[in-house]
Design a protein around this ligand. Structure first.
Ligand code: C5P
Length: 220
């Protein structure tokens, strides 16, 4: 069984995907973490200068480093570079500010697409992202599209960030999300769209458990 959850940044996709994964005992893959990890490698190796990505060097870097998922202490599938967990390094503002630019590049998307499909071979999986129901698994059994207003998403994201990034304001978070929404929806290759046959859920006036209940209602 493949379940896809797409939607804009901070719409609650990953939280719901985790609940679904626990409920059905299936694997959860956060596909944004793959784009974030590639961006992390690019920044670490100084391959992004003024939002300009040195593509040839980045491809070389991806060939020299192995990106995989493995189970952590709490039994969740998390992303690794050369077998080391990188989750704690990929949620920073600098990565958030560059990831959508990296994700516009066709060669990078093809690399990620191959990885996403390899992970899902012979497995039941819930994967969240931007193009999962439209491009990665267009024939998935269940497809959801989660949305919420920019204001609510910014509030949620700010709450997640404020402990680690003390100076961050809601206004900064809001403009980062808005910027990413624009790049993600307007890019040429696999833009953020509502996938064909996806069930659309607006979470503005719903709690996470209410959204989860709604989703369970559709999954038989
Ligand atoms: O989900 P998250 O906000 O961590 O994703 C980070 C970025 O990765 C997104 O803003 C988007 O640019 C890119 N992404 C994508 N396609 C996906 C998942 C994420 O382009 N399937």
């Amino acid at each position: 069984m493949i379940i896809t959850i797409d939607g804009p940044s901070s719409s609650g996709k990953s939280t719901l995907a985790k609940l679904i994964s626990d409920h059905f005992s299936i694997i959860h893959i956060d596909s944004g973490s793959i784009y974030r990890t590639i961006t992390h490698l690019a920044i670490e190796n100084k391959l992004i200068i003024d939002k300009e990505v040195q593509l040839e060097k980045l491809i070389k870097c991806l060939n020299n480093n192995i990106i995989t998922f493995k189970r952590n202490d709490t039994n969740k599938f998390q992303i690794c570079v050369n077998n080391e967990f990188v989750e704690s390094k990929i949620r920073t503002t600098i990565i958030s500010n560059n990831v959508s630019t990296v994700a516009t590049i066709k060669e990078i998307r093809n690399y990620v697409l191959k990885l996403q499909r390899e992970i899902a071979v012979n497995k039941s999986i819930v994967m969240d992202g931007r193009d999962i129901g439209s491009v990665v698994f267009p024939n998935a059994e269940y497809k959801f599209y989660l949305c919420a207003s920019l204001k609510n998403r910014s509030k949620r994201r700010w709450k997640e960030l404020k402990d680690d990034e003390k100076n961050i304001t809601i206004t900064t978070v809001e403009s980062d999300l808005e910027n990413r929404d624009i790049i993600d929806s307007e890019r040429e290759h696999s833009p953020l769209i509502i996938p064909e046959n996806a069930i659309v859920i607006n979470s503005d006036d719903l709690s996470i458990s209410q959204v989860f209940k709604k989703i369970l209602h559709f999954i038989k």
